[in-house]
Design a protein around this ligand. Structure first.
Ligand code: ATP
Ligand code: MG
Length: 440
């Protein structure tokens, strides 16, 4: 992608409305634009990051055996009357009427709709376990939308829903998502700690929130320090191994970790003082087991091996991609801008010419751009004639991991300066050496 033909509306000034660093940086880097309170457009640079986050979320859901579908944003109120949540949900639900005066709503979550889909098709235990998920916009009319897409009114959620014949089966389905979440967050370059959580309006009896520690987080959390060293389950984890997944779950829940709603002061104080962590955190994922809370009122039953009808045991599992993007920035930035983990960076590398139109610069930049693009890397080529200072500031602000800088002098000798965004380390090398390094 050539910067001269791209759409990257960088802001020079710090936007006044932004209170936290991720919001400031997302606005300045031209990633998002607020359209009305708590409702955002994702501009091209932001959209690229969001797509990369979603791709990782999707891969790990699929690996754990979940199956993707897509449900609509607008739902009929009838389903919510069946579960009893239409009245219970309160003002966070955006209620709408269609031209026939039928009550509709913009879905804040999808338990009712997925239960309706399930009961319409699945009649036998032989089709279980089943886990269905989608990545779709939600709307919650939050009292205090703030911090950009960290707490917005319209936001993207990956929500998965599991169905099992028994409670034991459902707990295995829960463990699958638990492990998938550990892997997902690790691949996104952040460390999220699973904490015992309140089940809130979704209801139920078994729940964990995945929390990224950050000073700007809205949750107060308490945990043992040992989480920092726990191993992330590998790519070849067997998701059908009931005992194996249970062992991972037990390991990751063996140390104290709770949000303020579930905090047990006495248990926390029993931890040696030096190992206590009392901090603020960002909730990026939340998983629930809630048994027959929805299958009962909505009549979602299957025939069991005993020939009798059984209410299915369900769980739901949410991740917020549009919150994760700012959460990753909160965890990875410096005074010059964003520092993307390679897995979610909008581009893999940036090629920067110091003199557009100079024969040697253009040639060397072209070689780098073509070489990297042919190796299937995403490259942003700053081919503009902006001042050097502006170019460097933009490159650092948007946080692509590697910058390849070509000036008339290095260009003439077929060389390039390779700058690592994270450390600022610079090294001059031949075009060939740079290509080898990036495509190895
Ligand atoms: P919170 O406590 O932050 O309001 P929640 O507990 O109501 O969130 P869940 O119903 O558990 O949220 O939703 C699952 C995930 O969706 C959350 O873990 C979070 O990542 C994301 N999410 C929820 N509300 C928002 C929001 N207003 N803006 C952005 N992401 C959100
Ligand atoms: Mg939650």
């Amino acid at each position: 992608m050539r910067l001269s033909r791209y759409f990257l509306p960088i802001l020079k000034e710090n936007p006044k409305e932004a209170e936290i660093v991720s919001h400031r940086l997302m606005l300045r880097a031209g990633m998002i634009r607020q359209q009305s309170q708590g409702i955002y457009s994702w501009l091209p640079l932001g959209k690229r990051v969001l797509d990369k986050v979603n791709a990782i979320v999707r891969q790990e859901q699929d690996r754990a055996g979940a199956v993707e579908l897509l449900m609509p944003t607008l739902q009929s109120a009838e389903l919510w009357q069946e579960s009893g949540r239409y009245d219970a949900y309160g003002k966070e639900m955006l209620r709408i009427k269609d031209r026939q005066d039928r009550p509709m709503l913009y879905g804040p979550t999808n338990e009712e709709m997925i239960t309706d889909i399930f009961r319409s098709y699945v009649k036998s235990y032989k089709n279980l376990p089943l886990n269905l998920y989608h990545i779709q916009l939600k709307f919650r009319d939050e009292i205090r939308p703030r911090f950009g897409t960290m707490r917005s009114r319209e936001f993207l959620m990956k929500d998965a829903y599991s169905f099992d014949l028994t409670r034991e089966g459902a707990l295995h389905s829960y463990n699958k998502m638990f492990v998938a979440y550990l892997r997902t967050f690790a691949r996104l370059g952040v460390r999220a700690i699973p904490m015992r959580a309140d089940t809130g309006p979704i209801g139920g009896n078994h729940s964990h929130e995945f929390i990224i520690l950050a000073d700007t987080g809205e949750s107060e959390v308490y945990s043992h320090k040992s989480f920092i060293e726990f191993d992330i389950p590998g790519e070849n984890t067997d998701f059908d191994d009931v005992a194996g997944l249970q062992a991972i779950f037990e390991k990751w829940t063996s140390a104290y970790a709770a949000t303020s709603e579930m905090h047990d002061e006495a248990a926390f104080n029993a931890i040696p003082e030096g190992d206590r962590l009392s901090a603020r955190g960002i909730e990026v994922g939340h998983i629930f087991y809630f048994g027959t809370k929805y299958s009962e009122p909505m009549g979602a039953k299957v025939q069991g091996p005993d020939g009798k009808e059984h209410l299915v045991h369900m769980g739901s599992y949410g991740i917020g991609p549009t919150r994760l993007v700012p959460a990753i920035i909160e965890a990875s930035h410096d005074e010059n801008g964003i520092i993307w983990p390679a897995s979610v960076s909008p581009f893999d590398a940036m090629v920067i010419t110091m003199k557009a139109g100079d024969e040697a610069c253009d040639r060397v930049c072209g070689q780098l751009y073509d070489g990297l693009t042919n190796a299937r890397l995403d490259v942003l080529y700053d081919d503009t004639d902006d001042r050097a200072g502006t170019k460097f500031a933009t490159a650092d602000l948007i946080g692509v991991p590697v910058q390849l800088i070509v000036g008339p002098r290095s260009g003439a000798t077929g060389e390039v300066e390779v700058k690592e965004r994270k450390t600022g380390a610079r090294e001059t090398m031949t075009v060939e050496a740079a290509l080898n390094r990036l495509t190895a």
